[in-house]
Design a protein around this ligand. Sequence first.
Ligand code: RP5
Length: 167
Amino acid sequence: MAGAIDVGIVMGSASDWTAMQAASNILDELGIAHECKVLSAHRSPHAVVDWVEDASKRGAKVFIAGAGMAAALPGVVAALTHLPVLGVPLDGSALQGLDALLAIVQMPKGIPVGTLAIGKHGALNAALLAASILSLSDAKVRERLLAYRAAQTQQVLDNADPTKQSK
Ligand code: RP5
């Protein structure tokens, strides 16, 4: 059995990694134990079931699920656990992620998926939201998240003059 984790990140295809690595990078930055998996709701449904069960046993408290096109994966993960599931719609289709956004955000009542923005912005924010959820019961994560936000604020304040941007 693999090691303990706080967050499980899953995506429907290896082609989703380009966007989803933004989530993993933020969790690394915040020192949050996680693992990343490619598992498809359509192509490997039984492996999704096994992984959600296994990750939960290893301590996962939040799941982040990214998928493109029909994007069933976040809803399937949410169907398998009562833990919070954050869905990231991915842009890999002729519809530029709008298809995945509608698929993920339009979960019928009973099984919620917290839906983020399309693509890298959504993946990054999913990790920050996961950290925010963990910070409710983990003082170290809370401290690191507050420091991350303070640094982000400072970065904006340090670059408040648009005429001084490097070209
Ligand atoms: C979805 O279909 C995946 O999440 C991916 O975004 C999309 C296309 O998958 P590939 O054909 O690139 O494997 O299930």
